[in-house]
Design a protein around this ligand. Structure first.
Ligand code: C5P
Length: 238
């Protein structure tokens, strides 16, 4: 059996695409085995989008439904119950919804989505120092402790995984929780779009990511086949 490569652990974010675009994209790139469905596609098509893509694209292995739920506990519980039985491998909730919301989410997942892992989103990878100060009065030196508080909560309530920027991976070294990292750019990428907390995929895996999420650096690049080959030829660190 071939060793797992970075591509086996990459979720491609299907953002900014219509269903027609998604079909063309996945048909032309059968190397892609893991996808992330975000709010855009989910709001446009509802849960049906998961069934459509699962049945049309058999090479698909994992589907990550990135709804980033964040509401009062009962609303989050009911929302997860409404997804009952949906064949998704990962689902996101915001850690900043608090302990009670996370526990409600976990209860609902155990009752209605047993094959799905619940991932806690820490702070968005698009936030920078200025945003931390503006939103919560958190100064540069206090950003790492702010992440640490969210991580401690996640470990305490035992969500299955964390969404975090590559810059925070070091804080979780050795912790028994799945680590999934967006904010990935290729070394030759000049632009970072709206992302502030970024790294290359090699850096993210070497720093301990279990999975990465890549959107625009794949879906909007000029040579996607080369980038998919780069990912497929990068052996995961053991
Ligand atoms: O195009 P790009 O690679 O920046 O896309 C990153 C994807 O990861 C987007 O779909 C975004 O919603 C998601 N994401 C993120 N930061 C988080 C959680 C999810 O960028 N903290």
């Amino acid at each position: 059996m071939k060793n797992a490569s970075a591509l086996d652990r990459t979720f491609v974010a299907l953002d900014n695409m219509s269903l027609k675009d998604v079909r063309i994209f996945l048909k032309s790139n059968p190397e892609i085995v893991n996808i992330k469905i975000g709010l855009e596609l989910f709001l446009a098509h509802g849960p049906q989008i998961v069934h459509i893509l699962r049945s049309e694209f058999q090479p698909l292995q994992k589907i990550f439904l990135d709804l980033k739920l964040h509401d009062i506990p009962q609303t989050v519980r009911k929302s997860i119950q409404a997804l009952s039985g949906l064949p998704v491998d990962f689902l996101t909730v915001h850690l900043s919804g608090g302990r009670e919301m996370l526990l409600a989410a976990l209860q609902a997942q155990q009752a209605s989505l047993q094959n799905t892992k619940l991932l806690g989103v820490s702070f968005l990878t698009s936030l920078d120092q200025h945003n931390f100060q503006e939103l919560w009065g958190i100064k540069a030196n206090d950003i790492a402790p702010a992440f640490q508080r969210l991580f401690s909560l996640a470990l305490d309530v035992a969500v299955h995984g964390l969404i975090l920027s590559p810059l925070e991976l070091a804080q979780l070294k050795g912790k028994n929780i799945l680590k999934i990292t967006p904010g990935i750019r290729f070394a030759e990428d000049g632009k970072t779009h709206d992302q502030k907390r970024i790294a290359t995929f090699e850096e993210a895996f070497n720093a301990g990511a279990d999975y990465i999420v890549i959107g625009r650096s794949l879906t909007e690049c000029t040579d996607i086949k080369k980038r998919l080959r780069d990912l497929a030829s990068f052996p995961l660190p053991t």
